[in-house]
Design a protein around this ligand. Structure first.
Ligand code: SAM
Length: 273
């Protein structure tokens, strides 16, 4: 991207979900407007940084699970700003031949991923809107990196709640999964206001509307419907910290137990039969 294109694409006065999430995770790729909104969200939902860390930890566990299952291709939709423990770090540590295509709508996320991946010929970062599957799937960088005749792990982690019903999230999942063969997987996490959730969650969701990305929380049933036609692996669609917590990580296992009842989101890994 040229300097002028970059300036046009990045509005540092308007917070972005990618940069606000980066702040929650302790990253440094955020502007004053992002930090201000993040602090407002934390004021109504003090659990927010823990929720972000738990989500990131789920992502890592899911990628390790998939590498163990033999997957070596990853399409990470709504990948976010690179922070320690990216999908390619986790996957390529376990399997050096693993290939990862990152896709995000946020120019800062894609620019930083591009810098990080400059010497990595098995990973790429594409700027695209996941609501335009053809643009993502037909992008020359995606096509050059991934072999769509072999199983691909499609990651939609903490991103579909930024896709309103009008953009048909279930149809998008189906479209991506139709582009990959049997034996491919979907990794999903999704915010929910179901059941007992922290009191500030609805306020935090409304505050997020100040970014370009409106947030739509969904019920367990609505999230389960996104998995239609796929076979969820054990333990199925569960409160996010309960998806195969790492017993070796006592802190995380403890966090999982204490957060499970009220955790405001669900997660699953499901196989295309
Ligand atoms: N998947 C990462 C994770 O779970 O750690 C990042 C999640 S972050 C909460 C959500 C990301 O989705 C942001 O980087 C945002 O820019 C991106 N995003 C939101 N809407 C998108 C869209 N329509 N297309 C592509 N990316 C999108």
């Amino acid at each position: 991207m040229s300097g002028d294109q970059w300036k046009a694409a990045v509005d540092s006065d308007r917070p972005s979900v990618a940069r606000v999430y980066d702040y929650f995770l302790g990253g440094s790729h955020n502007f004053a407007a992002d930090r201000a909104l993040a602090e407002q969200i934390i004021a109504v939902l003090p659990e927010m940084p823990m929720i972000a860390r738990a989500n990131r930890s789920f992502l890592h566990r899911a990628v390790r699970f998939l590498v163990d299952a033999g997957l070596d291709q990853f399409l990470d939709l709504g990948s976010g700003i690179p922070t320690v423990g990216n999908v390619h770090d986790v996957a390529q540590r376990a399997s050096p031949r693993a290939r990862v295509a990152y896709v995000d709508i946020d120019p800062v996320a894609v620019a930083h991923a591009g810098i990080l991946l400059a010497d990595n010929d098995r990973a790429t970062a594409v700027r695209a809107d996941l609501r335009r599957p053809d643009q993502v799937l037909d992008h020359p960088d995606t096509q050059a990196l991934l072999d769509f005749d072999r199983p691909v792990a499609v990651l939609m982690v903490a991103v579909l709640h930024f896709v309103p019903d009008a953009d048909d999230p279930a149809g998008l999942v189906a479209r991506y999964l139709a582009a990959v063969p049997s034996g491919s997987y979907l990794v999903l996490s999704h915010a929910s206001t179901d059941g007992r959730t922290p009191v500030g969650l609805s306020q935090a969701r409304d505050l997020t509307g100040r970014t370009a990305s409106e947030m739509t929380t969904r019920s367990y049933r609505q999230i389960a419907d996104l998995l239609t036609g796929l076979d969820p692996v054990e333990p199925g669609l569960v409160r996010l910290p309960l998806w195969r917590p790492d017993p070796a990580d006592a802190h995380q296992a403890g966090e999982a137990r204490s957060a499970a009842e009220t955790f405001p989101g669900y997660a699953a890994v499901a196989r295309k039969p």
